[in-house]
Design a protein around this ligand. Sequence first.
Ligand code: SAH
Length: 406
Amino acid sequence: MSPAPIALYPDLRERPVLVVGGGAAAERQVQALLAAGALPRLGGAPALTPVLQAWADAGRIQWLRGRFDGAWLDAVWYLVAASDDPAVNRQALQAAAAQRVLAQDATGAADTAAATQATDDTGDGIGASAAAATAQAIRPGTVTLVGAGPGDPGLLTLNALRALRNADVVLHDRLVSAAILELLPGTAERIEVGKSASGHSVRQEQIHALMLEHARRGRRVVRLKGGDPFVFGRGGEELEYLRTHGVPYAVVPGITAALACAAYAGIPLTHREHAQSLRLVTAHCKESFDTLDWAALAQERQTLAVYMGVAGLDTVRERLLRAGRAADTPFALVENGSRPQQRVVVGTLADLPDTARAHQVRSPALLILGEVAALATGLHWFGAAPLSALPSPFPKPAVPTLAHAA
Ligand code: SAH
């Protein structure tokens, strides 16, 4: 057996590292340090690039304001000189040498005190020379479209987990649960592209631009979406854009809301006695209602899974009844499916909007309409029992008596 290779690089994980500078070169160094798990501090620059500023605002790096101060070296293990000002770099490197802090000139302009370099598991250099930093910038980035499922992290696929663990930056929808975001490595930059606190969502073109910008910087971008990226998730549009711009991509499917809500509410979407087909439908605006084939949707022995429909339940009821669906067709509304706060409300088509209002059903909720929906009252197993005016279709399970046990 050959001996284990000798580690040539300092392990900077969890260690404070001072990066001198605030421009593009400093940004590349900070990015590589974050990827390797170091704790970068930044100082000696009057201003930061927007990306560095965002990382500072998010608390991922610490910004030391003002002119370079030798006292900053007291608490760090390593210094990377990446200022655009050669005089500042020189001063920082001299101070590091005087205090015996390992240092690296990332601009290649001055002698380095120690030609040390660290790598993360992708082989990206830390404190790399200018040549290596340029090579890193042109390494082609990738975008992986990942389905996060409905909220329960246990419903992620192994491929999804792997993609999250390797991500440099994650662009995620608001629908992606906090429990899933907790699985991201601390080094991954997170950008929410769903609705902001002010209620404005990031426009689709901006999402495209962000994916491209980060991929072009050589980063592994994960575009993380609730459910499955190809079910009412605009995944198709995003791939078209990436293909047009020559960005390599991959897709990891996720468990879509219809499958998860049905499973967690105890509703088999098909059933030999009740339903032979399933339709996934979205209805959230007037135009989308008008383009649906209501005669087909109103057929019996069929299950509809209606996405984004909470606001349109009056219209759904009216159109289905008009097209001939029986007024006593059962429905189930599953709110926050698979999450700890899941609620299931069951009733009949005639009372659908009134029942939803009475129970104040809120988004995200999925409407399951069809004969199978009544089974929730008997087959539910997760969270609270369904709120239902319908009787259970099954007899109560026999309770073992003492006589049985004896
Ligand atoms: N791509 C997603 C759907 C996005 S559309 C998927 O495959 O699931 C957003 C709609 O999905 C919501 O309005 C709601 O109808 C449904 N939805 C998503 N997550 C849900 C959840 N946890 N519980 C109930 N409905 C959910």
